[in-house]
Design a protein around this ligand. Structure first.
Ligand SMILES: O=C(COP(=O)(O)O)[C@H](O)[C@H](O)COP(=O)(O)O
Length: 322
């Protein structure tokens, strides 16, 4: 999180996107990345800055407001960095055009990466396989969609994923793809793991040691899957690789409002206990069989080489790029 407030006001479009990310109206790491990039584009399009310096200051402020929404998905700072890195121009008009081109290029790459990743993931799935999912990941759905396009017939156990029930979104999306869906409560996962060929999860961030940071409950599912001998695959575009972890930084786990877990009235009825609501957890690499990216699949322990190739040794704050 940034440590000081933005020095200039941001456009209503940026403020709206930031609010929607914070409230999870816009959610999921890839979707957040695309929305943040597009918001920078809207900031540029609507700017009436009278100098290149003022224009750049607005972009920096917008990046900070967007960055401060949710802390765990690294796709957000990676997207901001990507868009701002290539912004060039001596006039406001040239800068504006440059931001818009950069946003389009970013969104195009994001879409292509998901399609390519889907094909890689689909190759791991066989006709007649059963998968188990946790939360809602568009990268996971891309793998399933590609497998279905290859003519494979699949079944799925879908964990509901308390407290926000993102599993319902997954159930609907898989059903539309023609997958035979069974919805289960989170605590039933272990019971059905013997009937499952692959656990498929997404990621909000992948650390340099290959740890997968994803929706709370992923690590427990992975440990159970390992115990049952069920392979666990993480589908994650390279925008989920967390470059700061190369230099030893840890990933900040978002704590959300306790009212997502229990409403005020019920809390009072049960003696008003302390409620903790972490949104994500960390799955150590030894519980993950493969990380599927648009660049191929990797054992988690080797992801560090790809990370170095893509990001170098260190990164700056996203707004430092503008
Ligand atoms: O944990 C979540 C979403 O959490 P939340 O609902 O709290 O945002 C998803 O598994 C990842 O973000 C990957 O999603 P995608 O593959 O779509 O990027």
């Amino acid at each position: 999180m940034s440590d000081s407030p933005p020095e200039v006001e941001v456009s209503p479009a940026v403020a709206r996107t930031a609010e929607d990310i914070g409230s999870m109206e816009i959610r999921g790491a890839a979707t957040i990345a695309a929305a943040a990039a597009e918001a920078l584009g809207e900031q540029a399009a609507g700017s009436d800055a009278d100098s290149p310096e003022a224009f750049r200051a607005e972009l920096r402020a917008a990046a900070r407001v967007l960055y401060d929404t949710r802390p765990t998905a690294v796709s957000l700072p990676n997207a901001l960095r990507y868009v701002l890195r290539d912004v060039e121009g001596e006039t406001v008009e040239r800068l504006r055009a440059s931001v818009r081109a950069s946003v389009s290029e970013f969104c195009r790459r994001l879409d292509n990466a998901q399609t390519d990743l889907g094909r890689v993931g689909a190759n791991r799935l066989r006709d007649g396989d059963t998968i188990m999912t946790h939360c809602h990941s568009t990268d996971v759905l891309a793998c399933v969609e590609a497998a279905v396009e290859q003519g494979k017939s699949l079944s799925a156990f879908v964990k509901e994923t308390r407290p926000r029930n993102q599993g319902h979104i997954t159930a609907e999306a898989l059903g539309e793809l023609g997958v035979d869906v069974t919805l289960i409560v989170d605590s039933a996962a272990r019971r059905y793991l013997n009937d499952v060929d692959h656990v498929l999860v997404g990621a909000d961030s992948i650390a340099a040691d290959g740890s997968v940071i994803n929706k709370i409950g992923t690590s427990g599912l992975a440990v159970n899957a390992r115990d049952r001998g069920t392979p666990i695959v993480c589908a994650a575009q390279t925008i989920k690789l967390h470059p700061d972890t190369l230099t030893g930084h840890t990933v900040d786990i978002e704590m959300r409002d306790e009212r997502e877990v229990v409403d005020r009235e019920t809390a009072e009825e049960i003696g008003d206990p302390e409620v903790l609501n972490p949104a994500f957890d960390v799955t150590p690499p030894r519980y993950v069989d493969a990380i599927v990216t648009e660049r191929g699949q990797f054992p988690p322990e080797s992801i560090v080489s790809l990370m170095r190739e893509l990001f170098g040794e260190s990164t700056t704050e996203p707004w430092a790029e503008a």
